[in-house]
Ligand binder design. Structure first.
Ligand code: FMN
Length: 396
């Protein structure tokens, strides 16, 4: 069957940009960049091998300044010197019409003195995360906050010059932008903190700065997406009502899509067990015509079609795209039986999951990979997905 809704093109109304289908590869850090953040040849091979099927491919997150680095081997867009190698990355991702989106971020308190080579991590306030081995960050000064916002604009300029089709602002997964929105990590009493509205000041200022860079430097339509984590489990922490307020504010801004980070696209509330409707469906109602990307354990064509059937505009396939680089091509060829849902450790090089990426995967995501060499049950899968929700939302 090849008349799936997810194979139909989509045109972003504000920009007139058409993507060839509704399948997205979500951002996945691969820890394969050089230690200074420059793209490596292995990275180019991985992206080229996995591109060509999905309508949009979003890169691993890239830091907008040196204090924003959160992982070893992380991409960087913090300096003009990276533009030539980022151009090669955009080119590798542009296979067969796939649109290339650069995800931009600062890790804030989710970094460490070791990763920052002796510098203390920074955040909205000097409050450490509730995870083991977290370090207490240093509160950013007002001047530094203003500079960080400008760094997001500069990163956008570099993405435009490198030939990307858009940027995704990483406001999710407990990193700096979420830290400003969260009452756990933002205890400021200046204009950047306080009420839920004031905690939105930094995220919305980043959106405005990114838009100014687009207005100034893009000579063709350029997308701006925004990624959120809808809830935190910390007390105090982001609750779903706060997120709906943020979404209402984002709707007034010129963003092209919202991307909701979850381990299970049908997840309900982490905090309020009386909620019976999946958060994504409530979010879609709030968004109206603004497109939504749903993600979280979408594996089969039927899984992706259900996402579209329920009114969500795009289905993002993360870990499954690592196991099966030709997922879309096999669906189009009517060869769904050939789609791989497990991964053999012996195949990791053939799949472009080189050295440090593979090490990262089998360390941090072991139980969520579906290794053919190890038994796994649906329960294991669900358990791992809920761990992902905690990792990517907040809490231990
Ligand atoms: C190896 C790996 C790295 C990830 N890195 C990022 C990242 O850089 N930025 C981000 O927003 N999410 C990141 N995520 C989360 C994914 O984008 C996605 O939301 C998550 O894997 C759930 O989707 P899936 O079930 O289809 O894998 C990462 C996930 C994995 C597995």
């Amino acid at each position: 069957m090849t008349d799936y809704k997810f194979l139909k093109p989509y045109t972003f109304a504000k920009k007139g940009i058409t993507v060839k289908n509704r399948i997205v590869i979500p951002p996945m850090t691969e820890e394969m960049s050089f230690s200074n953040g420059e793209v490596t040849a292995d990275e180019l091979r991985y992206y080229h091998m996995h591109s060509g099927g999905a309508g949009m491919f979003i890169t691993a997150t890239a830091n907008v300044n040196s204090l924003g680095k959160g992982f070893e081997g992380e991409l960087s867009v913090a300096d003009d010197k990276f533009i030539p190698s980022l151009s090669k990355l955009a080119e590798a991702m542009h296979k067969d019409g796939t649109k290339a989106i650069l995800q931009i971020f600062s890790a804030g308190r989710m970094s460490s003195t070791a990763i920052l080579r002796g510098q203390q991590p920074v955040s909205a306030s000097a409050v450490k995360a509730t995870r083991n081995n977290s370090e207490t960050p240093r509160e950013l000064s007002e001047t530094e906050v203003e500079q960080t916002i400008k760094d997001f604009g500069q990163a956008t300029k570099r993405a435009i010059l490198a030939g990307f089709d858009g940027v995704e602002i990483h406001g999710a997964n407990t990193y700096l932008i979420q830290q400003f929105f969260s009452p756990h990590s933002n205890r400021r009493s200046d204009k950047w903190g306080g009420s839920v509205e004031k905690r939105m000041t930094f995220p919305l200022a980043v959106v405005d700065e990114v838009q100014s860079a687009i207005d100034k430097y893009a000579d063709k339509p350029f997308l701006m997406g925004y990624r959120i984590s809808p809830e935190e489990i910390e007390e105090p922490g982001i609750r779903f009502d706060d997120t709906l307020k943020l979404i209402d504010a984002l709707k007034e801004k010129p963003i092209d899509y919202l991307h909701v980070s979850m381990g299970d696209v049908w997840r309900k509330s982490l905090n309020d067990k009386s909620v019976t409707v999946p958060l994504n469906l409530t979010i879609k109602q709030h968004l109206g015509d603004l497109p939504l990307i749903g993600v979280g354990d979408i594996q089969t064509p039927a899984d992706a079609e259900k996402v579209l059937d329920e009114g969500i505009d795009f289905a993002a396939i993360g870990r499954e795209s690592l196991r099966e680089p030709h997922w879309v091509q096999k669906v189009i060829a009517g060869d769904e039986k050939a789609i791989r849902y497990t991964i053999s450790p012996a195949d990791h090089e053939e799949l472009g999951l080189y050295g440090t990426f593979w090490d990262f995967l089998i360390t941090a995501f072991h139980n969520g990979l579906q290794l053919s060499s190890e038994p796994h049950t649906v329960d294991d899968r669900k358990k791992f997905n809920s761990t992902l929700d905690h990792i990517f939302g907040g809490g231990k």
